[in-house]
Write a protein that binds this ligand. Sequence first.
Ligand SMILES: [Mg+2]
Length: 126
Amino acid sequence: MTILVVDDAAFSRGMICNYLNAAGFETEQASDGQNALEMVQTASPGHYALIITDMLMPRMTGVELLAALTEANISIPVIVVTADIQATTRQECEGLGCVEFMNKPVTPGPLREAVERAVAPAKATG
Ligand SMILES: [Mg+2]
């Protein structure tokens, strides 16, 4: 199962990938929302089981990525990880279909639990 990790900060992206790799998940990285959208659109359908994205990024933000995925009819679950703890941001993300909203910095245990919750429905239906 491959997870696409999107963050403009290489350190933050790398840390999330390390946690996910340690938990047994494959990861790929994108440096902003536009980069992530291009990767998803060129990958084979079903390649990415999940997207974990930062919010504030150049070119395309996490909110814009959520909107673009909906627009393109791509139904990959998205977890938003951000230092922006405003309730309005959270509501905006949930309104655009994000399945989990986590505050930075994430820690390995809660991250793994969020990933398992996010991909559970897909697993159940095969
Ligand atoms: Mg950022």
